[in-house]
Design a protein around this ligand. Structure first.
Ligand code: OGA
Ligand code: NI
Length: 341
């Protein structure tokens, strides 16, 4: 790569070799269908038991869903997208001051996924931030654009509240105490990936992000309204998730799959790029505290199946996740208990 990032402002006329997937790994766009029935859950509805039931259904059969009337100010959502766009429009030299390919950095601009581990690159630049506790991390965030710190801090606070509400609803949908998930996950960390996918000269040969599951507990994704790109694997088929106005896409991460003893699935998903327009997405990840011991409650193992995964700390899991390439087998496979016949 000539420059380290691809959001240089200069359009590419052909896809550099290092982004081209071997034929068998390409997205096969003609086989992808639009998912017309992605659950949309209205969190404002008064009937809590109905919300819990819808969430349970979505988590079990989809592993992802959308929420509306979610309590995050729509004005703030717009501001978040605006400041994200402004950031990626900055001159490349300015952005490169923040560049790092070291996944342990708590603030960095990077590209692709894990440049040091992967063999083929992905058509994405991203700004990755730690967001909790804010006092600790905001000082290291970009100060250009000048509104960045304020806007993103407010956004993070509101998204965190939404995440906690969802964790309570998810716990209830599993028949657990409302606070069970929050209690197990401890003082949760929060990370953000501001993803920018520039127009790509050959979108059928590469990915913005190849298939992966999220290693954390819960992901709250703000999708670009104009340009679609998110696809999820549902019943063995890739389905495109059309952006819905005023909605967040929520997906279950690996930790909730483990905590629910496999009842809820951390879905495979991927991001496709397109030829004419850049796409932006903002992913917020709620992550267990490093020392949280991830292990399912007795209530979910006593039906005779036992624990599907061995107990582990989140620190152990996270280290394993970043030691791999992104599109390998499900990372949880490494933590499976042996089945004793
Ligand atoms: C992610 C992710 C999807 C998207 O950042 O983990 O899956 O649509 N993003 O950008
Ligand atoms: Ni993801």
């Amino acid at each position: 790569m000539d420059t380290k990032v691809i959001s240089t402002g200069i359009p590419y006329t052909s896809l550099p070799e290092s982004y081209i997937r071997p034929e068998s790994e390409r997205p096969k766009l003609s086989e992808v269908e639009v998912c017309e029935d992605v659950p949309i859950i209205d969190l404002c509805c008064d009937d809590r038991s109905s919300i819990v039931q819808q969430i349970g259904y979505a988590c079990r059969f989809y592993g992802f869903f959308q929420v509306i009337n979610h309590g995050v100010s729509l004005e703030l959502v717009e501001k978040m997208l605006e400041v994200a766009n402004e950031f990626f429009r900055l001159p490349v030299e300015e952005k490169l001051k923040l560049y790092s390919d070291d996944p342990t950095k708590t603030m960095r601009l990077s590209t692709s996924f894990n440049v040091k581990k992967e063999t083929v690159h992905n058509w994405r630049d991203y700004l990755r931030l730690h967001c909790y506790p804010l006092d600790q991390y905001v000082p290291e965030w970009p100060s250009n654009p000048s509104t960045f710190k304020d806007t993103v801090s407010s956004y993070c606070k509101q998204v965190r509240e939404l995440g906690f509400r969802l964790q309570e609803l998810i716990a209830e949908s599993l028949g657990l105490e409302k606070d069970h998930i929050k209690d197990v996950l401890g003082e949760q960390g929060q990370h953000m990936a501001v993803n920018y996918y520039p127009p790509c000269p050959q979108p059928d040969l590469t990915y913005g992000l190849p298939r992966h599951t999220d290693p954390n507990a819960l992901t709250i994704l703000l999708q670009d309204l104009q340009v679609s790109g998110l696809q999820v694997l549902k019943d063995g088929k890739w389905m495109a998730v059309k952006p819905h106005p005023n909605a967040f896409v929520i997906n279950i991460g690996d930790q909730l799959q483990a905590l629910s003893n496999g009842r809820y699935k951390s879905v495979w998903h991927r991001a496709l790029v397109n030829a004419d327009k850049p796409r932006m997405s903002v992913a917020s990840f709620l992550c267990p505290s490093d020392d949280a011991l991830i292990s399912p409650p007795v209530k979910l193992t006593e039906d005779g199946t036992g624990a599907v995964y061995r107990s582990f700390t989140y620190a152990e899991y996270y280290k394993k996740f970043w030691s791999r390439n992104l599109d390998q087998e499900h990372c949880l496979e490494n933590f499976k208990n042996e089945i004793i016949p």
